[in-house]
Design a protein around this ligand. Sequence first.
Ligand SMILES: [Zn+2]
Length: 280
Amino acid sequence: MRILCFKIKPVYIIIAILLAAGIVVFASGEKPQNGTPVPILMYHQVSNKPSKLGEYVVSATELENDIKIVLDKGFTPMFASELLSCCQNKTPLPEKPVLITFDDNYMSDYVYVLPILKKYDVKANFSVVGALADLYSSGIDRHIDYAQCTWDEIREMKSSGLCEFLSHSYDMHNFSKRKGVLRTYAESHEDFLEILEDDIEKNKQAFEKNLGCEPIAFVYPFGSYNDEVGKIINSHFKMSFGVYEKPNYIKGDEKTLYLLHRYNMVHNRNIEKVLNEACF
Ligand SMILES: [Zn+2]
């Protein structure tokens, strides 16, 4: 009997191990079997001062380049309300949907972001802290390095047809009294419920008074979230945004619109990698 005998080179063994490991990693990934990937980009401030650029500040040039890439890759920027209505009415999402969001509604939204949106005819979503919009609408001194938009600026942005505004709390965007909208240890659930619902209502009223509409979504300040606050927010809004960096898969079900994941677009972040990861 002939015995088949051959030598396996060590390099082939290594390649086989790597291939097997790759298959295991792919199989344990979170890619679901259905649902449309909807990447959500999160920006904060825009500045043209190099010393300010960092985790929460990008330059206007960077932002413009990101938007060019979003469009070149065939993505369709949409409003949060459009995403909600697609889910409510069971209508199809646009080709390669993407949401571009700006937190805290810095004055730079009006000065730098709005002209870029107009130049490329791109829609974006802005989260407003009502108390800060009230403060900077009162005539107080402002500086682009730190101030927020006034209601006049917000109205002008809204009238462009390219900007939608979301609630970022009326006056709970701080870490001194509590972590964003979370309950403090000293509060009972009932006391906390009253405080949070009062704040939600105040921002709705501020939106009604200044923009003639209610905010359709809530953006958690600092992404601070737990089940207790989630239940309260979900009873007032049909859609909310967090800060976890993961893909979203929208399945035409409104329940998938709570605590949507977002990618923080820090200075010098490669947007192509972000879009690839978000559409995995
Ligand atoms: Zn914020």
